[in-house]
Design a protein around this ligand. Structure first.
Ligand SMILES: [Zn+2]
Length: 103
């Protein structure tokens, strides 16, 4: 059986974003959106209740947000992709974040 990677791969188009920038991306519901995402992760450990912990947030080229961290049940890497690319006005916000973070 293939072993799971022990570290996340950060793709070239992904930039790390902080809590304030998550807030900009998701708007007023950002806390709930993140809460839902971290509680609905995919992990093959099969645990009934699992949660994404110690994660970092990234913004990719499609203006989607990816949370990369650990599954709290088996303690291996897990990630959650959140599509935001379709939200109105998101491109403008994402471009602004990219500009700020690249400097
Ligand atoms: Zn797990």
């Amino acid at each position: 059986m293939a072993r799971k990677r022990s570290e996340h791969i950060i793709h070239e188009d992904e930039i790390e974003i902080g809590p304030f920038q998550l807030q900009l991306m998701f708007g007023p519901s950002w806390k709930e959106d993140i809460e839902i995402a971290v509680n609905s992760i995919f992990c093959d450990c099969g645990a009934q209740t699992k949660k994404l912990v110690e994660y970092k947030s990234y913004l990719n080229d499609l203006n989607d947000v990816i949370l990369k961290g650990l599954c709290n049940s088996c303690n291996t890497i897990a990630a959650r992709y959140i599509e935001t690319g379709e939200r109105r006005g998101i491109e403008k916000i994402a471009n602004k974040i990219r500009r700020l973070n690249k400097e």
